[in-house]
Design a protein around this ligand. Sequence first.
Ligand code: XMP
Ligand code: MG
Length: 183
Amino acid sequence: MDLADIRDDLKEELLTEAQLHERLEEIAREIERDYEGRDVLLVGVLRGAVMVMADLARSLKKHVEMDWMAVSSYGSGTVSSGVVRILKDLDTDLTNRHVLIVEDIIDSGLTLSWLRQNLVSRGAASVEICTMLRKPDALKVEVDVKYCGFDIPNEFVIGYGLDYAEKYRNLRGVGILAPHVYQ
Ligand code: XMP
Ligand code: MG
């Protein structure tokens, strides 16, 4: 789907497919430079990071391994407690590995700060974070993000892997969801 196909569901079109791809190419060049001579394990967080992972991995002009985790935040209602439950764990032993977590979006930062600690504790040589989107105004904990695609406003966004009620993940761009859709 393209942004134009769901225009009535959007408050605003935020990022086009071309903008996302262009930025990912820049990030890929940075990663190649930073990890020269080192093997990287990309760890994608299901399900939102599927699109970023697919595009980033193919942009990289080096061999990479890919593995996946699925996590869910514990906590009552809409308040993220920062305590995370692993729904699907990695198949890869992280001992002495250089891990790059690939995420779709950082909101409060609670999930990712927990996840980084968890992966560090498994004996990884390094754990860095790459996220396509970040909401600076929503951050509750400091997260050291090495690669960030775009800083965006503190609004609910959909597309490029991000869903509302499991819809819109297959949208090529990113948009701000119109309130009438979820009210
Ligand atoms: P944290 O722990 O950083 O959680 O608060 C990040 C996770 O929250 C989800 N999330 C969103 N999903 N549109 C979405 O579709 C959004 O605007 C949004 N903001 C946060 C997402 O699952 C992310 O991994
Ligand atoms: Mg996610």
